[in-house]
Design a protein around this ligand. Structure first.
Ligand code: HEC
Ligand SMILES: [Cu+2]
Length: 423
C-alpha cells in the first residue's frame, strides 16, 4: 500500500486525474455537440435569456458563481501551497514525528465566520431582489399585463385566454403552443387537473409548480418576437420527460391577428375553397419508427436556415392542394372513431374536453405536446400508434386500459387531411 506522498501514489493519482478529465471532457463535448457551446445557447438554455424575468435569475446565478469561484480559488490555493510546502521529500521526512499539534485560533476562526457571513449577505441582496421581482408583474406594469391561465394535464398543457371571450362559447383556449404578445408582461395563472407539474420556459422564466388544489402564478415577458421551448420540470409520471410545449411571442399587431384568427370556429373545406388540382397520391409517408423515437427535423436545429418563428408563420397557411372529399371523409371518421368525445373542434362536431382542443391544430408547429413535428407523417404516426410515441398517454385509453380505437392507413390518410385542414 503506497503512502499518500510516495512517488508511486502521486503517479497513480495523477494518471487517474488525467483519465477523469479526459472522460469528463469527452462527455461534455458529446453533450454539447447539439448546441452552440461557446455561447452556451440551445433550445432550453437558461444562460441566454430573452426577457427580464430570466435575466434577473441569470444575474443571481452569476453572482453566486463568482462568489463561490473566489472562495474556491482562495481555498484551493491555500491547500496547494500547504501540500507542496509541507510534503515529505525524503525518507527522513516520512519517518519524522508529526509536528506539534495545536487547537483553534480564535482570530482565524472568527474571521472565517465573518467572511462567510459577508459572502452570504452579498449573495442575499440580489437573491431577495430577484425573488420580489419575479413573484409578480411589477406594480406599474400590472395594468398592461396580459393574462393567461395555464393548466397541466398528464402530459400536455392547456392555455386559456380569459381576456379573449368568444360569443356563445366562452374563453379562447388552445393547447401546447402558448402564443403571447412580445414586449409586454404576461401573467400566467398555473393550475393542474391531476398531479404536480412545473411550468418552465428556460429562456423566459424559471420553473413554477402547478400544484393540485392550489392556485399558483408567475410572470414572464419576451422582449422580442420569437419561438421558445418549454418543458414540464416536475416528475409527473410515464411521459414526464416528453411533456413539452412552445411559446410563440408575436408583435402586438401579429398577436391581435392571431387572436382574431384563433377565435374563429374550425375551417370547413368545401370543393369550392379547396384546390381541385390534387388528385394524385396521398401525401402521407407511412415510415416505420422505433419506439419512443422523436420526430424532430433539421428545422429545430439552431443552425438551420429557417427560423423556428418563420416556420410557425408558414404553418398558419392552409396546405397546398387540399382534397375536400378526403377532408370530409376525415371529419366523418373523427366522429365515428369517437375522437369528438375527447377533443373540441369549435363549429364542427368535436365537444370533448379531456384532450387538447383541436379547432386550429393544423396551424400548430408541433403535436403530442411539443414532442412531434406537425407534419402529415408524424400526425399519422401519432393517431395510429400514440402508445409507441408517448408511454402511458391518455389518448384512446385512460391510462393503462388497452385501446379500443384502431386507425388503419386508409383512415389515417383521411384523418390527417382533416386535422391539417384545421388552420
Ligand atoms: C380518450 C380520449 C381521446 C380520444 C378518444 C382521442 N383523443 Fe386525441 N388526445 C387525447 C389526449 C389526452 C391527448 C394528449 C396526449 C398527450 O399529448 O399526452 C390527445 C392528443 C391528440 C392530438 C395532438 C394534439 C396536440 O396539440 O398535441 C391529436 C392530433 C389527436 N389527439 C387526434 C385524435 C384523433 C384523430 C382521435 C380519433 C381517432 C383522437 N384524438 C381520439 C385524448 C383523446
Ligand atoms: Cu408534468
Amino acid at each position: 500500500m503506497p503512502t499518500p506522498s510516495s512517488p508511486k501514489f502521486l503517479r497513480k493519482t495523477a494518471a487517474a486525474a488525467r483519465a477523469s478529465f479526459a472522460i469528463a471532457g469527452t462527455l461534455l463535448l458529446a453533450g454539447c455537440s447539439q448546441i452552440n457551446f461557446w455561447q452556451m445557447d440551445g433550445h432550453q438554455t437558461s444562460m441566454v435569456t430573452a426577457g427580464p424575468v430570466a435575466e434577473s435569475q441569470l444575474q443571481v446565478f452569476y453572482t453566486t458563481v463568482w462568489v463561490t469561484a473566489i472562495i474556491f480559488v482562495v481555498v484551493a490555493s491555500v491547500l496547494a501551497y500547504a501540500t507542496i510546502k509541507f510534503k515529505a521529500r525524503d525518507q527522513d521526512d516520512e519517518n519524522a514525528p508529526p509536528p506539534p499539534q495545536s487547537h483553534g485560533n480564535p482570530l482565524i476562526e472568527l474571521s472565517l465566520i465573518g467572511v462567510s457571513v459577508l459572502a452570504l449577505v452579498f449573495i442575499a441582496f440580489p437573491t431577495l431582489r430577484a425573488i420580489w421581482f419575479t413573484y409578480d408583474v411589477p406594480e406599474e406594469e400590472r395594468e398592461n399585463a396580459y393574462v393567461i391561465d395555464a393548466t397541466g394535464y398528464q402530459w400536455w398543457f392547456k392555455f386559456d385566454y380569459p381576456q379573449e371571450q368568444i360569443d356563445g362559447v366562452g374563453t379562447l383556449s388552445v393547447a401546447n403552443e402558448m402564443v403571447i404578445p412580445a414586449g409586454r408582461p404576461v401573467r400566467i395563472n398555473l393550475r393542474t387537473v391531476d398531479v404536480i407539474h412545473s411550468f418552465w420556459v428556460p429562456k423566459l422564466a424559471g420553473k413554477v409548480d402547478m400544484t393540485p388544489n392550489r392556485g399558483n402564478h408567475m410572470w414572464l415577458q419576451a422582449d422580442e418576437p420569437g419561438y421558445f421551448w418549454g418543458q414540464c420540470a416536475e416528475y409527473c409520471g410515464d411521459s414526464h420527460a416528453v411533456m413539452r410545449f412552445r411559446v410563440i411571442a408575436l408583435s402586438e399587431e401579429d398577436f391581435a391577428d392571431w387572436v382574431a384568427r384563433t377565435k374563429q370556429p374550425a375551417r370547413t373545406v368545401t370543393a369550392a375553397t379547396a384546390d381541385p388540382a390534387r388528385a394524385e397520391k396521398p401525401r402521407v409517408q407511412f415510415a416505420s419508427f422505433k419506439r419512443n423515437e422523436y420526430g424532430f427535423s433539421d428545422k429545430w436545429d439552431p443552425r438551420s436556415k429557417v427560423s423556428p418563428l418563420d416556420n410557425w408563420r408558414q404553418q398558419q397557411f392552409p396546405v397546398a392542394n387540399e382534397d375536400a372529399a378526403l377532408i370530409a371523409q376525415g371529419r366523418k371518421l373523427f366522429q365515428t372513431k369517437t375522437c369528438i368525445a375527447c377533443h373540441t373542434v369549435r363549429g364542427h362536431e368535436g365537444m370533448g374536453i379531456t384532450g387538447p382542443e383541436l379547432t386550429h391544430v393544423g396551424s400548430q408547429t408541433t403535436i403530442a405536446a411539443g414532442l412531434l413535428e406537425n407534419t402529415a407523417e408524424q400526425l399519422a404516426r401519432w393517431i395510429m400508434h400514440p402508445e409507441l410515441v408517448k408511454p402511458g398517454n391518455k389518448m384512446y385509453t385512460t391510462g393503462y386500459i388497452p385501446s379500443e380505437i384502431t386507425v388503419n392507413q386508409e383512415e389515417a390518410l383521411a384523418l390527417v387531411a382533416y386535422l391539417q385542414s384545421l388552420k
